[in-house]
Design a protein around this ligand. Structure first.
Ligand code: HAM
Length: 427
């Protein structure tokens, strides 16, 4: 019986290539390593929260009316009768943990990052999966607009560190509970005047969630809402000042951005600054966002904590990997040293040397199946080894062996006890 992976869920393997190149784990390792480095420089610390949460957490945080919760959530009743859901995103879980640990009072300023799978039962298509990974950050406890600027700088630096080019940052302000209701009334009235030109979904949205209409990709709706009132032009004074400082800060830090009045985000918790990073190279459809985020100053309170400002974003790892695979292909394996052996004494020496080399920090491999030396060296080649050495009775007795540089074929004789240092120096 052959069983396949679930539709819309992919394996990430070192052997993935061709159409599956975005799921090559060597590309993922690059993203993770580059990301880790930048995040630690900004003082962000790793968190893991459960993949399963109570379904009502997402209904509350993300919003009942959103597609993510209303249409796409994998929710089921647990044996005890509780309704659980596979997390469709991780901001809700992070806030739940932050509140549950009493951090708003104890130690409110937290900078967290995560890397993990999210689940949305969307229609599978290019750049859209039912299990996908996010590399995300959440910063709690700082209301100052300078924190928004820091977060934008971090997003920019992450994109650069992983090696993406041609990514555009789009920003907007969605206001807060003081000015948003007024704006929504203006928007509702505007949409109402054009009701006949909107799709059925958007007609329903007029009452329930008019912002969503600005995000609709139906050509008729795009056309009908072309000159819709912009949220950033209907901000109250505090939101206006906050947004002005964010934009001025971004300019001062030389973070290029485009002001995008149509950017509304697909989750309900956002207040004030909202942003996305899009890559034209992903096409022209809806799935061009490699990063989405913003401020969510009301969410900690909504989930039972005291009023606490917060801001964050998440990047789609598959989409970043797709862009990297298209630009640079799949990276080859790369070892520093490959130890081949001709006989049992050679094997013993090889294993000892391998341990020593690894202790020194060298990526060292062997083929412990043994067999013909030429076959072992063939594997050394396929594993991208910089150097290889063959060990046998003779070499062990002489205490010397020939170190071969794989690319040139050039061989140098070295003492076995100096071999590791020699490779380290020349790697
Ligand atoms: P989001 O915009 O829903 O935001 O997702 C962030 C990113 O995840 C998207 O820009 C995209 O790259 C990727 N993504 C989303 N859905 C899929 C999918 N079906 N397949 C592949 N990639 C996908 C959030 O999730 C927020 N929690 C971000 C955030 C953190 N806001 C504040 N803090």
């Amino acid at each position: 019986m052959k069983i396949s992976a679930v539709k819309g869920m992919k394996d990430v393997l070192p052997t993935a290539q061709g159409e599956d190149a975005p799921f090559n784990s060597r590309i993922w390792e690059r993203i993770l390593n580059a990301g880790r480095e930048v995040l630690s420089r900004y003082g962000f610390e790793l968190i893991h929260t459960p993949v399963l949460e109570e379904s009502r957490l997402f209904a509350r945080a993300v919003g009942e009316e959103t597609d993510i919760v209303g249409k796409e959530m994998y929710a089921f009743e647990d044996r005890g009768g509780k309704v659980l859901a596979l997390r469709p995103e991780n901001t809700a879980g992070a806030v739940r943990a932050y509140v549950e640990q009493g951090l708003p009072m104890r130690d409110p300023v937290q900078r967290w990052w995560y890397f993990g799978p999210m689940f949305r039962r969307e229609r599978p298509q290019r750049h859209r999966y039912r299990q996908f990974f996010q590399l995300g950050v959440e910063s709690f406890g700082v209301a100052a607009p300078e924190e928004d600027v820091e977060i934008l700088a971090l997003a920019r630096d992450l994109i650069e560190a992983v090696g993406l080019v041609g990514v555009e940052l789009r920003v907007n302000s969605l206001g807060d509970e003081a000015c948003r209701p007024g704006y929504l009334e203006v928007l509702r009235a505007y949409l109402e005047e054009r009701r006949d030109r909107l799709c059925a979904d958007c007609q329903r949205r007029i009452d329930r969630n008019p912002l969503r209409a600005l995000d609709c990709k139906e050509p008729g709706c795009v056309e009908a809402t072309r000159d819709a009132p912009a949220s950033h032009e209907h901000l109250c004074d505090p939101c206006r000042q906050h947004f002005d400082r964010v934009l001025a800060g971004a300019a001062a830090m030389e973070i290029p951005y485009v002001l995008d009045a149509r950017l509304v985000r697909g989750l309900d918790y956002y207040t004030r600054t909202a942003f996305e990073m899009t890559a034209q190279a992903l096409g022209t459809g809806q799935q061009t966002a490699v990063c989405g985020g913003g401020r969510y100053d009301g969410l900690v309170k909504l989930l039972g904590g005291p009023p606490t400002p917060a801001i964050g974003f998440a990047m789609g790892v598959e989409r970043i990997a797709t862009l990297l695979a298209e630009a640079g292909g799949v990276p080859a394996a790369s070892a520093d040293l490959f130890l081949a052996f001709a006989d049992p004494r050679g094997l013993e020496a090889a294993q000892r040397l391998a341990r020593q080399a690894r202790g020194r920090g060298l990526r060292t491999e062997m083929d412990l199946r043994g067999g013909k030396v030429s076959k072992q060296l063939g594997r050394a080649d396929r594993r991208g080894a910089r150097f290889a050495v063959v060990l046998g009775e003779l070499e062990v007795q002489a205490g010397r062996a020939r170190l071969k540089e794989m690319a040139t074929g050039q061989e140098t004789e070295v003492a076995l006890d100096a071999l590791v240092e020699e490779v380290w120096k020349r790697r």
